[in-house]
Write a protein that binds this ligand. Sequence first.
Ligand code: PMP
Length: 450
Amino acid sequence: MRPSKPVMPPMDNHTLLAQDRQYVWHPYSNISPDNPLFAVESAEACTLHLANGQRVIDGMSSWWSTIHGYNHPTLNAAVSEQLSKMAHVMFGGLTHEPAVRLAKQLVEMTPKGLDRVFFADSGSIAVEVACKMALQYWIGKKQPEKSRFLAFEGGYHGDTFGTMSVCDPHNGMHGLFAGRLANNDFLPRPLPVFDTNITTSRSTCTLEDQHTHLGALKKHIQSNAKHLAAVIIEPTVQNAGGMYFYSPEYLKQLKILCEEYDVLLIADEIATGFGRTGKLFGCDHAGLSPDIMCLGKALTGGYMTLAATLCSDDIAQTISQSEASVLMHGPTFMGNPLACATANASLSILKEGHWLKQVSGIEQQLKEQLTALKDHEAVADTRVLGAIGVIELKQAVEMKTLQPFIVEQGIWLRPFGKLLYTMPPYIIQQEELQKITRGMAACLDFHMAS
Ligand code: PMP
């Protein structure tokens, strides 16, 4: 055993924040010293312990990933046990038990027809890999002209260049990088949900509207099939592009059209996977088996970064037998053993099955408590699906003032644009969730007053 290095003395909150402001760049932000910022010292179950002594209930699951809560004994044990063997080893030419176990588990638990797993190191990379798989598949089929993707307005699939090219075409990323992104096809987002089991306070669309919308989808796929490699969609919920729910019927029809016109279907389940929408996968609402599926976020129970792209045997065989003969991707930290071992532990917790009751309890409570806010003057819509509760405001929030106010309420939320929402850990207790929904109500008043 090598001697361990002396532990560094802890930084006080003031120094930590000052050095952060001096050296660090945070996500989707500028380096202004005025951005509200809070240091976290530790976290336990659903509570973040801030370095300033405050305790806040986490309504975000650390960007939708920490489904079992923080500092979970099973996940901690999995990390420690794996760490005592090896933290990492390259995946080219080598393999290890955590990765093999995880691939097997993922194939077994995802919809039928997903037979092969490629591990990636983040959600965006899993989507990049999915797109490469689709392109290489058609090259292998000697139809290289099938090279475009059909995506949806309001969709979000990541921040890398390939993924940005299939994100919503009107938001900042496309505008900012215009001319530098691949050209793809876009259709309007699927219409809002008309299923009665998904609650939204806004009037829902009629079957006739849905029919017209599906007609446009069919027309597009029919006339562009020659050039389309794949359709990419977030099943049932568009997440970062608007926390927007739509009809599973649309997905069912999309799958039928993809099969009819020989276009692959990529399901981006990075946000919806592992129970968040009340079913294990968003695709399950439609009984759908995509050709390619991307997983990430909750895969490791939110412990560390890991993602996976699953595909059918046909895709894997076609690429392997193509002229290139290999899938052109291989991240350094592919199949990281620590991450795979943690993911296996997270899946074993999911397999115990408590998540179903937990998520439906959260859904019930959110429906009651958020729907009660639908007539607030600041509110355009409230909607709930599984462990996702959304208040859509009429005006965008002012984060500089709202974020500290949220923390004052003893909760942690990270609204964006017009969306004040929660995606709590599945283990959240009723009183904790009530604190979050009360805090959301207080945010509405604060938003109106400022
Ligand atoms: N796809 C979807 C649906 C997502 O929600 C996200 C992340 N919010 C991504 C892809 C990208 O994942 P990552 O941030 O891990 O790159």
